[in-house]
Design a protein around this ligand. Structure first.
Ligand code: 2AM
Ligand code: CA
Length: 266
């Protein structure tokens, strides 16, 4: 059994409680697809409800900690050294379209450093967690990034910008540089799960531009604790939230991927 701490127990309990309402609402989404307006408002409400459950549970267990919440923003706590970073529904577009790939993501920051992360996929019933210095696990099994050294064998995940976002041309350039060098590229639509899958050795790497702290905070802990590197495409590491993009992969592929994504030779 992994050494699951009291802190991880708190995060797991909150995630499992919020997941019950998300799972119920996901079951409803299918019925709403045929309505003219679609389920958008319903999904926003589901998202907010899950966030409220998470805030209440975490607040009760650790009174005074601050929050950075996707929906409600920053809440300053009496305890200035601790801050929860929470995404109640990562993969909203999937959820909205009835695609069963989304997650709850919770991270804890202490004195500005990420110390714990938990990502729960309530449909596949997979709970990923990592704690600084203690390793990363999924449903109790230890995680390790892949050992692949060659891009030609690597399966890489990413996110693609959509309407209203910037970087469409840049994305085409990155794809042009990468597609013919790798075993495959995947776009699953949940950054937290992309990072959890890098930690689990399902993906060899992940990059994306313009993400927010709540999308990636927990996943960063997981990848680091699974032996991976997290930085940006320019090769800067360790990752900090002021960087404009994220690159997470194993050690051998970090530099080759960062070079190829910038249009350079490996
Ligand atoms: P979300 O589902 O919580 O919005 C998909 O590429 C990833 O980008 C998801 O993790 C998604 O999180 C995130 N993302 C960040 N900003 C977004 C935005 N403005 N709209 C949709 N997804 C966004
Ligand atoms: Ca998100």
């Amino acid at each position: 059994m992994p050494p699951q701490s009291a802190l991880i127990n708190v995060m797991e309990k909150a995630a499992r409680k919020a997941a019950r309402s998300l799972r119920r609402d996901f079951g409803e989404v299918e019925n709403l697809q045929v309505s003219r307006k679609g389920p958008a408002d319903f999904v926003s409400a589901a998202d907010l409800k899950a966030e409220e459950v998470l805030r209440e549970e975490l607040e009760r267990a650790r009174p005074g900690y601050g929050f950075l919440l996707e929906e409600q923003g920053a809440i300053v706590g009496a305890d200035k050294t601790h801050r929860w970073i929470v995404d109640p529904l990562d993969g909203t577009t999937n959820f909205l379209h009835g695609l069963a790939h989304f997650a709850i993501s919770i991270a804890l920051e202490r004195d500005g450093a990420l110390v714990a992360g938990l990502i729960f996929d309530p449909i596949k019933d997979e709970i990923f967690w990592g704690e600084k210095g203690k390793g990363a696990f999924v449903n109790g099994r230890r995680l390790r990034v892949t050992a692949r050294e060659h891009l030609s064998e690597a399966l890489i995940a990413t996110g693609i910008p959509f309407m209203g976002q910037e970087g469409h041309e840049r994305t085409l350039g990155e794809f042009a540089a990468l597609t013919h060098r790798v075993a495959g590229i995947r776009r699953y639509g949940s950054a937290s799960l992309d990072l959890a899958y890098v930690a689990a050795g399902r993906f060899d790497g992940f990059w994306e531009h313009g993400l927010q702290p709540w999308d990636i905070a927990a996943g960063i802990v997981l990848v680091r604790e699974a032996g991976g590197l997290v930085g940006d495409i320019d090769g800067r590491q360790p990752y900090t939230f002021n960087l404009k993009n994220i690159l997470a992969t194993n050690e051998p592929l970090f530099t080759p991927l960062s070079r190829v994504l910038r249009g350079k030779e490996v």
